[in-house]
Ligand binder design. Structure first.
Ligand SMILES: Nc1ncnc2c1ncn2[C@@H]1O[C@H](COP(=O)(O)OP(=O)(O)OP(=O)(O)O)[C@@H](O)[C@H]1O
Ligand SMILES: [Mg+2]
Length: 353
């Protein structure tokens, strides 16, 4: 597993989520980028659960469909993982220089990783000197080996190779940085709210300070509407996305949607509180929301009211030229935030080695 490295070549950003597989290809254009391909292939329920691939064949079929239908030539992808089997932690490692970190990190990591070290793939990135003592701040990433093996297996079935395996929260950050050019001291909370997982990444400029994955997302809205209003899954999903149903009042819909938004809000509040206690007392100045659930009615407003800071739906195509003769503008605008991770992954093509 490597979040770094890789030659400059065009990788397909491939985001395997629990509701769908999403892909994006970019090329450079001026100081921004140009979209070369974009696709989304839905997955049935229970194919991917809480970030874990349960049905390898279905996922690999979805990947193959994306590549065939969009005539994508490259077989090299950048993909990512998140959820329970992923640990991302900022630690201070006793070391005088970046070179010394390598030796110390393996040893120090053990106390932070709740899995057997033999079962994990580990990587790290040096963030810079720690504020106190003879130490370096390091972002440690550990993923259960089994999770990576499953992913490789699925990609292999589809004839693809992963050049890089990233972390959802970092891909989100990549999309944010490339499109918003944050000032070095700008503190922001980046949220990726999908169907089953919410990734939270609190950043200062381009430096990740704190990340957390929470098992909440769009599924919870659908489940609640389904149960409380006695609807089919499909109807609950439609209602959630703004369609009207004959026997459901707007008040009933809004009440149930809001009750779930408050659960998400509580998780975000807890994360901010924990961040303040453990990491930094600097104020979070803005919130950017990516993922399909960013579009839930009233959620951005609720966060804006609660935290009294700007809250914006992340637009991963802010600096991406989308040729109207090649792409359906209505589709790209509609899926925008949902493609944040896929865009962040595709951007890895331009990493300097
Ligand atoms: N317009 C909309 N309004 C509200 N919810 C929406 C809308 N469009 C999509 N969603 C919801 O967004 C979720 C899918 O988002 P996304 O594609 O980011 O998730 P995922 O990557 O498949 O899942 P995860 O990362 O959690 O495994 C679904 O729950 C879907 O119902
Ligand atoms: Mg996702």
């Amino acid at each position: 597993m490597a979040r770094f490295g890789g030659k400059s070549m065009r990788y397909v950003g491939l985001d395997i989520g629990s509701s769908s597989v999403k892909s994006v290809e970019l090329t450079r254009k001026g100081s921004g980028y140009e979209l070369q391909s974009i696709a989304m292939e839905p997955l049935a329920q229970d194919v991917v659960v809480d970030g874990a691939i349960m049905d390898a064949t279905s996922v690999s079929n979805a990947i193959s469909a994306i590549f065939t239908e969009n005539k994508i030539k490259s077989n090299d992808v950048v993909t990512s993982v998140s959820g329970h089997a992923v640990i991302v932690k900022r630690i201070a490692v006793a070391a005088a220089s970046e070179e010394e970190v390598g030796n110390a990190v393996q040893y120090e990591a053990q106390q932070y990783i709740p899995f057997d070290m033999a079962d994990v793939s580990m990587d790290y990135q040096v963030l810079g000197p720690a504020p106190t003592g003879n130490a370096m701040d390091v972002m440690l990433v550990a993923v259960k080996r089994e999770k990576i093996q499953n992913l490789m297996h699925v990609l292999g079935l589809a004839g693809k190779t992963a050049a890089i395996v990233d972390i959802d929260a970092f891909a989100l950050q990549n999309a944010y940085e490339a499109n918003y050019d944050p000032a070095p001291e700008q503190m922001a909370a980046l949220l990726n709210i999908g169907a089953s997982i919410m990734n939270i990444n609190i950043v200062r400029g381009g430096v990740p300070l704190f990340t957390r994955d929470v098992s909440v997302g769009g599924n919870q809205y659908t489940d609640t509407l389904q149960k409380e209003l006695d609807l089919s899954y499909d109807d609950a999903e439609k209602l959630k996305q703004g369609q009207e149903l004959p026997n459901v009042t707007a008040e009933a819909r809004d009440t149930h949607i809001r009750s779930v938004s408050e659960i998400l809000l509580l998780e975000i509040q807890k994360t901010f509180d924990f961040f303040r206690q453990t990491t930094s007392t600097d104020n979070i100045q803005a919130i950017y929301i990516g993922g399909g659930t960013a579009k839930i009615q009233g959620l951005a407003d609720l966060l804006r009211e609660e935290f009294s800071i700007p809250v914006e739906i992340l637009n991963p195509f802010k600096k991406v030229t989308i040729n109207p003769s090649r792409f359906d503008q209505a589709f790209t605008a509609d899926v925008g935030a949902r493609m944040s991770v896929a865009v962040g992954l595709a951007l890895r093509s331009f990493d300097t080695p």
